[in-house]
Design a protein. Structure first.
Lengths: 107, 1003
């Protein structure tokens, strides 16, 4: 059972308090987008063994969504940050690069 | 025979005799006995039958690793199968029976499988599943069904209760042997909050049995002093009978405490599940001795050498009068010495090593014990009990040079550290060549949230087997755990343990080394699942190279003991067969739980009435008092109908429909989801959420709306009311409020976070009542207050006001097609309001109605129901709801999804009404068949029923369904086969069966 610190209320929340929301930093494609763009938005998801950016909601706490950077293989958490963030914050990226030199970046 | 010794027994209280029964036979033991010890004291070595061949099975071990001695415990509501006698504490009045035999333990018919052993080789199940089919059905299955399985499933409801507890600590120490005690001392002295768990009812582990001396005193003195010091520390919690059985993410540990297993019926919970969050976990779980693979090593009387020693020293039980010890290491000599010192006969120690030089063998020699070096047990004699052993050269092929009479064999193939807790979360192992075992690789530990090591292995569990190394290692582990959490361990000298020097062990995987097929077929690896050396070798010959595949193919290690004794021997045999090194073959995955955990403990208090939370409307008690028949809707319970005396549910529903259509019905609609959406951007937001336009809805009016997911499939529907300039109230389905509220929040927080919108789920703030039927207005006018006339409050409008003194909000909306008011009042006033409506409504024929009546009436009107007409693959266009999907809006959730080409395919199944030709009701879920068959030879289909009811209004069966090109095929007939044969023919019609022009609701 993971523990993730909710960046909104500061609680170190246990997994039972959280609901998962899949991959973070997806770009929404609406009307006018190509089939390929829409397919990628709707269905194509990263499934790395390693660094991953995810959406979580502090569902049984403050109710806020937030984002987490963690390693899917070791469950190491590199950081959590507000959902209102378009790409991973620089400090978290730097931390990941220091710990995982072969990491190719979040895109 | 096995018997109780006249003296000794460090764990038993000879003053406290305990009576128990085994298979109905009365037996006696002492307080402090395990059931296994007490059985042996009563010369009951034979305790069960093996899984496949029904071979006689005796007690092998003295702890959690026991594969054989599983029994049914207790009776009635306290019956429990598969209880390990080696960890079951004896108590007065205990009843146990053996399992997996028929008709009796002594004479078992299933043993015929034993003679058919060559027909039941590795992969038996897989092979017979494939071919021949007839043989499986008529020959194998009946036999396997009769003979397979261990304990019986309990028939009665569990009479016991179970509880769960949460705990938090800095350092959790699993294992209360000397290593665990020392690690806990070091961490505790450093100020860490420590929890120390021990699976047994007593502390100290093996050290006291093995005669270890610590700082010049017997191990018991160290244990006592350590416990005294730990008990005095406020930051340390000690628990015995508590097994840490699983390590999970980020320091989460589950442990099962056997609270009242040994005191059944005393009112305490039987078990307590501990859910512990620890900063660091010290795994001081010790090591388990390995059997040796020689022919007949499964015959009752063949035991682990350490277990024999445990029975003698701990419980003063001698497993045999004459015990042959067979070993590849020095440690087993402790058993020979212990037996000799207890006055028992040890005819010989059979040592596979050519040179035997250590201190312990020297002591054995001095005691006059004969030692046969470079030797092997070629074969064990006996069937239900060992009668002797034939011995020969370990380097040979199995020629026997001598037979030695004995009634017990104590075997030791070396020790394997218990690495389970280390491995559960991904800790890696390293193969220790010298000790021939896997031990934790400190360089590759399981890690926790910050990337640091989560588990620290200590003592024997870390491969530090000799007592001296073990204590030093535990001291280091305790300090490491405290340091990792920022605490400073006190500088103190680690206690020093003295033990005789041990010479190197030599791995022996098969005994003798060159044994032929006949012997290998009698060498058991997995006693419970009947897997032999020959089975693993056969699997290797058949191409199995992965240890995980071999495990599943042969079922090695898949029994309730999870291969605690068999895994390493099995994979060594596999490696040998593959000409590979053991570390290359690797181990199977260690998964929690370490030992079986009672489901009751995992469920805890969550059973019966409190299995899950129950949501009640403010009027729930009234419905109950009225004898309503409830159905679950999400976590709500809603009245399905209100049956009167002598009425079936069906009759009640028909009465409720007719009464509502003709007079007046009252529905508790409080469960309807109610979400306030407010703010300057609320209209814009709702336009994205709903398929139609909500921003243009005038204040005071209501509009029906649909919500889709991004794929364009329907997800919810409901009526939206515009409350004021920047406030909307969205009704959702009864089960959908939480989900839709979360959906709204997701988009507001994660996509359009700059939009100024606030949402609140106010579902439970209001009680809501639907007042439905031709007399609805009369009732409200009688209550008096606000103007509810057609002119003042037309259809699809709402108004705030007062009725009968209740503050209320009245919506003119209808889900039944009748004149209908849905009235919301504060939840606290719901019951009073409901009663007032029922009382005042009596003269107008008011009756409460339930959800089934609601369903029938909406189906008569052709209104869709989310979850009936939709299943996550249905678009609004499939349901002919084009009118509710905006063509003007540039964007809304699901718009792009709906534009996918296949959703525009004219062949899609679309919503129609279905009218049966004979007036009967189409079975729920029925499919309409089309000519021809598909690629699988199944009948083609062209539609399915989504809602089907008997309509009391039309006095016939009506249905809604999705049919290929349905709306274009009005008047055509489609056919629905029934499960029991035959079919129902139905005509495709409009889904609106009743009041097609909507005149009734608009009066
Ligand atoms: Zn929070």
């Amino acid at each position: 059972m993971l523990i993730l610190e909710c960046p909104c209320c500061g609680v170190k929340a246990e997994e039972t308090e959280l609901s998962p929301g899949g991959e973070a930093h997806l770009k929404r494609f609406g009307p006018g987008s190509s089939d390929e763009e829409f397919e990628a938005y709707m269905f194509a998801r990263k499934n790395p063994k390693g660094v991953h950016f995810e959406r979580w909601r502090h569902a049984y706490g403050c109710g806020k969504w937030f984002l987490a950077a963690r390693c899917t293989a070791t469950l190491e958490v590199f950081g959590t940050y507000p959902a209102q963030t378009s790409e991973p914050p620089a400090d978290i990226v730097a931390k990941i690069k220091a710990k995982r030199p072969d990491w190719k970046g979040y895109k | 025979m096995s018997t109780r010794l006249a003296r000794g027994g460090r764990l038993i209280d000879r003053g406290a005799a305990q009576e128990f029964t085994f298979n109905g036979k009365r037996m006696k033991g002492f307080k402090g006995d395990t059931l296994a010890a007490a059985l042996l004291a009563n010369d009951q070595m034979l305790v069960g039958r093996s899984f496949k061949y029904h071979r006689p099975r005796g007690i092998v071990a003295s702890g959690a690793e026991e594969p054989n001695a599983l029994v049914n415990m207790g009776e009635g509501g306290r019956f429990e199968p598969n209880q390990r006698t080696t960890t079951t504490e004896l108590f007065d009045g205990l009843t146990a029976t053996s399992q997996n035999h028929w008709p009796s333990l002594e004479f078992d018919v299933g043993v015929v499988n034993n003679y058919a052993a060559r027909f039941l080789p590795a992969g038996f199940y897989y092979k017979t599943f494939i071919h021949p089919r007839a043989a499986w059905k008529h020959l194998f299955e009946p036999i396997v069904r009769q003979s397979a399985g261990l304990g019986k499933v309990p028939k009665d409801r569990d009479a016991d209760r179970y509880e769960q507890a949460y705990a938090f600590c800095d350092v959790l120490v699993a294992g209360g042997g000397v290593a665990g005690l020392q690690a806990a001392l070091v961490a505790g002295r450093a100020g860490a909050r420590v929890i120390l768990l021990e699976q047994a009812p007593h502390w100290g582990g093996r050290a006291p049995v093995d005669g270890v001396e610590i700082d010049g005193k017997p191990a018991e003195a160290f244990v006592e002093a350590a416990l005294a010091e730990l008990s005095a520390m406020e930051n340390v919690t000690l628990r015995t009978r508590c097994m840490a059985f699983g390590v999970y993410d980020h320091g989460y540990v589950l442990a099962e405490e056997r609270v009242a297993d040994h005191t059944p019926g005393d009112g305490r919970p039987k078990k307590r599940l501990w859910r512990i969050r620890a900063g660091r976990i010290v795994s001081a779980t010790g090591a388990i001795e390995r059997p040796l693979s020689f022919a007949g090593n499964d015959i009752p009387g063949v035991m682990l050498a350490s277990a024999v020693r445990d029975y003698v020293v701990n419980w003063a039980v001698s497993p045999g009068d004459r015990t042959v010890v067979v070993t590849n290491n020095d440690d087993a000599y402790r058993t020979a010495i212990a037996l000799k010192e207890a006055g028992l006969d040890v005819p010989a120690v059979i040592d596979a090593r050519p040179n035997v030089t250590g201190d312990l063998p020297a002591k054995a020699r001095a005691l006059g014990i004969r030692i046969e070096t470079g030797s092997a047990i070629v074969k064990v004699k006996g069937s239900k009990r060992v009668t002797g052993v034939a011995i020969g050269l370990q380097a040979g092929e199995g020629a026997a040079r001598e037979e030695i009479a004995c009634d017990a064999v104590a075997m030791s193939g070396g020790w394997s550290p218990v690495v389970h807790l280390w491995s559960h979360c991904g800790g890696k192992l390293v193969w220790d060549e010298a000790a021939a075992h896997f031990r934790p690789d400190a360089a590759r530990p399981p890690i926790t949230h910050d990337g640091s090591a989560m588990v620290i292995a200590a003592g024997a569990a870390n491969g530090a087997l000799p007592a001296g190394e073990c204590l030093a290692d535990a001291d280091r582990a305790g300090a490491e755990a405290a340091q990792a959490l920022g605490m400073k361990p006190k500088k103190a000298k680690a206690p020093e343990a003295a033990a005789p020097a041990e010479a190197r062990m030599e791995p022996v995987w098969i005994m003798p080394q060159g044994a032929g097929p006949a012997l290998r077929m009698k060498m058991w690896l997995d006693y419970q699942n009947d897997v032999k050396v020959s089975d693993v070798q056969l699997a290797a010959r058949e191409g199995y190279t992965s240890v995980e595949h071999t495990k599943r193919y042969t079922t090695l290690g898949m029994a309730t003991d999870q291969g605690k004794l068999s895994n390493i021997n099995g994979l060594a045999v596999l490696a040998d067969s593959l000409n590979a090194e053991i570390p290359q073959v690797g181990t199977t995955t260690f998964r929690p739980p370490y030992t079986p955990v009672t489901i009751g403990a995992l469920a805890g208090e969550s059973r019966g009435d409190i299995f899950q939370p129950l949501r009640r409307t403010p009027m729930h008690a009234w419905h109950e008092a009225q004898g309503a028949y409830f159905e679950p809707v999400g976590l709500w319970r809603r009245p399905y109908c209100y049956p009167r005396a002598g009425e079936t549910h069906e009759q009640a529903v028909h009465r409720e429909v007719t009464n509502t259509r003709e007079r007046l019905g009252l529905l508790d609609a409080s469960t309807l989801g109610k979400i306030i959406v407010k703010g300057p951007d609320a209209g814009r937001f709702l336009d994205m959420l709903y398929t139609n336009v909500m921003s243009s809805l005038p204040v005071g009016k209501c509009r029906y709306g649909l919500m889709c997911n991004e794929q364009g499939f329907l997800s919810d529907d409901g009526v939206v009311a515009r409350i004021d300039e920047d406030t909307w109230l969205c009704h959702t389905t009864s089960g959908g409020a939480d989900r839709i509220h979360a959906w709204m929040e997701d988009w507001l927080q994660c996509e359009w976070w700059d939009w100024k919108v606030y949402t609140a789920n106010v579902t439970e703030q209001y009680a809501q009542v639907a007042v439905v039927g031709p007399n609805a207005r009369k009732l409200l006018e009688k209550l008096g207050g606000m103007d509810v006339s057609r002119e003042a409050l037309p259809f699809m409008q709402w108004a705030d006001g007062e009725l009968g003194g209740f503050r209320c909000r009245v919506y003119r909306i209808s889900f039944s097609g009748e004149l209908s008011y849905e009235i919301a009042v504060p939840a606290s006033e719901g019951m009073a309001f409901w009663k007032a409506l029922n009382d005042a409504g009596a003269e107008f024929g008011a009756m409460p109605y339930g959800t089934e009546c609601l369903h029938v009436m909406r189906a008569e009107k052709g209104f869709i129901m989310i979850g009936d007409e939709t299943d996550g693959t249905v678009t609004p266009l499939d349901l002919c709801l084009d009118w509710a999907v905006s063509k003007k809006k540039a964007d809304f959730l699901g718009k792009r999804g709906m534009q996918r080409t296949y959703l525009a395919n004219p062949e899609r199944w679309k919503l129609v009404g279905l009218e049966t030709l004979d007036g009967s009701v189409i079975p729920d879920g029925a499919y309409a068949v089309a000519p021809g068959v598909n690629g699988n030879g199944q009948r083609n289909t062209e539609g399915r029923v989504t809602s089907t009811y008997y309509s009391p209004t039309l006095k016939r069966g009506i249905a809604m369904g999705l049919v290929r090109r349905g709306p274009e095929r009005m008047g055509e007939t489609v056919e629905f086969p029934k499960v029991g044969g035959g079919s129902v023919k139905a005509r495709i019609v409009s889904p609106v069966f009743y009041d097609k022009d909507g005149e009734k609701q608009n009066v």
